[in-house]
Design a binder for this molecule. Structure first.
Ligand code: SF4
Length: 489
């Protein structure tokens, strides 16, 4: 059995927006794969640079682990690894070179490597594992000299890039061991979170895949499949995390948490009966927020849900194949708010067919429903999606964002990158100002209700000048765009 060093190239510091948000999570997919290889008898170690300034720690990690194989394995459960951020690719390529120089063989697994395996093979990687990679890794390590028989690989063979057959997805996720949490320097994460937020959160994954078909959403590994761990298996992990690491909160990092009521309800009952409920955050869909699902979320400890609302224009939702109506969104907000669960909206600007009118509809929806938080992005043509295919011919040389607040539409649309950046700043500034004003009104009515979060909300008043200045500039930009359209240029 071999010595295997797992690594990844996702550093919080590489992404200004994520660094400012300051909510780093350990690389859950990476330590799940590590746990699986360990269960086969391999000696595993982890190089986790998430909280580092750079990847200079990789050389000492190599020297300590003296691995036969280095596996650079993205945390595919963390949504922002999907964006193939340029600096993270560079970090991975640097680690490939260092690992090769140290005499290790190198395997890479992640969204970007699956999209562009030749880049990683060209940098010296021996194999790229595409698709769900745990079982592929186990088989590859057992048959390193006969990789052609291992499904799910891309590698060079006598100068040619060769692909083996597709890797079948795991149907029984409970067959995987619990993630190798012991490899993570949990105290570094705790210190970071406590300093920034006053609490500490860890991540848990309960499902893989999503059966919906939003046409901009990249699902290279799971397609439209959806597999779940059993409630018992997830409860065992929560118990372990609570006993060993005592997190204050959890993030269920599923694409869609609790999609099936027949899973969510027994899960919530188990968690409540065993006294394991912790405040948690999850992503879900507005159309799943039935009364019984919201009650189950509450029972299990849910403190905050993020909904993929995307747009306030039904025409844009329909163009995205979102399968969602604005009535779903309004109903979900009513029920979640009544249950005391905070609500975040993911919003997306710049989808083809969206003009200024549709942008205003989205802004009006936010004003009407007053979510507790918003996250804004610009439609990003991820390779392999229908949306990507529809704009592919118009894509310029730039294909990736360097950082998640790049907000470059990447294809020529109605408005420029500067416009979307200003729009994002304006909507955020308006949101925070209005939130502060509501808080202020509430405090005037009930002064005793003041707490730490009220003070934080009140700081939003400082954003008023930003809101006003950016709004004026935004309207001027829209006016110029209209003139341009009228001139036909
Ligand atoms: S519901 Fe979410 S995860 Fe599923 S396809 Fe739509 S955007 Fe993707």
């Amino acid at each position: 059995m071999g010595r295997v060093l797992f690594a990844h190239g996702h550093l919080l510091r590489f992404d200004r927006k994520q660094h400012a948000i300051g909510k780093p999570y350990p690389p859950l997919a990476t330590i799940t794969a590590a746990a699986y290889l360990r269960s086969l008898g391999h000696d595993v170690a982890l190089y986790d640079p998430m909280l580092d300034d750079d990847t200079r720690g990789f050389a000492p990690a190599l020297a300590r682990a003296r691995p036969d194989v280095v596996v650079i394995y993205d945390d595919v459960f963390n949504w922002f690894t999907k964006m193939c951020l340029g600096r993270m690719r560079e970090a991975a390529l640097g680690m490939i070179a260092a690992a090769r120089a140290a005499g290790a063989r190198v395997v890479v697994s992640g969204h970007d490597a699956a999209d562009a395996p030749e880049v990683y093979l060209g940098a010296g990687a021996d194999f790229v594992a595409v698709g769900e990679a745990e079982i592929t890794l186990g088989e590859l390590l057992a048959h390193m000299d006969a990789p052609a028989n291992v499904p799910g690989l891309v590698f060079r063979d006598r100068g040619l890039v060769r692909r083996t057959g597709p890797r079948a997805l795991l149907k029984e996720l409970d067959e995987l061991p619990l993630p190798a949490w012991d490899l993570v320097e949990v105290e570094r994460y705790r210190a970071f979170w406590r300093e920034r937020h006053g609490y500490f959160s860890l991540n848990v994954n309960t499902t893989r895949g999503c059966p919906y078909k939003c046409n901009w959403c990249s699902k290279p590994v799971y397609g439209n499949t959806y597999h779940t761990r059993t409630p018992d298996n997830v409860v065992a992990e929560i118990r372990l995390l609570r006993e060993r690491y005592a997190p204050d909160r959890l993030w269920f990092c599923d694409d869609i948490f609790g999609l099936k009521a027949r899973w969510l309800i027994p899960f919530s009952e188990r968690v409540a009966a065993e006294g394991l409920a912790l405040p948690f955050l999850c992503q879900t869909r507005a159309d799943l927020m039935t009364a019984e699902n919201v009650a189950a979320l509450r029972r299990a400890g849910c403190a905050e849900t993020w909904l993929g609302v995307e747009s306030g224009a039904q025409s844009v939702l329909d163009a995205m194949d979102k399968g969602l109506t604005l009535a779903h969104v309004r109903g979900a907000v009513t029920r979640l708010r009544a249950a005391g669960i905070r609500i975040g909206f993911f919003l997306q600007f710049g989808y083809p067919g969206e003009g200024w009118r549709e942008i205003e509809m989205t802004r009006n929806l936010v004003r009407e429903l007053t979510p507790d938080d918003i996250g804004i992005s610009v439609s990003y043509p991820l390779p392999g999606t229908r949306f990507h295919a529809s704009v592919q011919a118009q894509l310029g040389e730039k294909r990736n964002w360097k950082e998640s607040d790049d907000l470059d539409p990447l294809f020529p649309g109605l408005f420029s990158r500067e416009f979307y950046r200003r729009l994002s700043r304006t909507v955020h500034a308006e949101f925070r100002t209005r939130h502060a004003l509501r808080t202020l009104r509430g405090l005037v009515a009930a002064p005793r209700a003041v707490d730490k979060s009220s003070w934080k909300a009140l700081t939003g008043l400082a954003e008023l000048p930003l809101w006003l200045a950016n709004s004026a500039a935004l309207y001027a930009q829209v006016g110029r765009s209209r003139q341009k359209i009228a001139r036909g240029s």
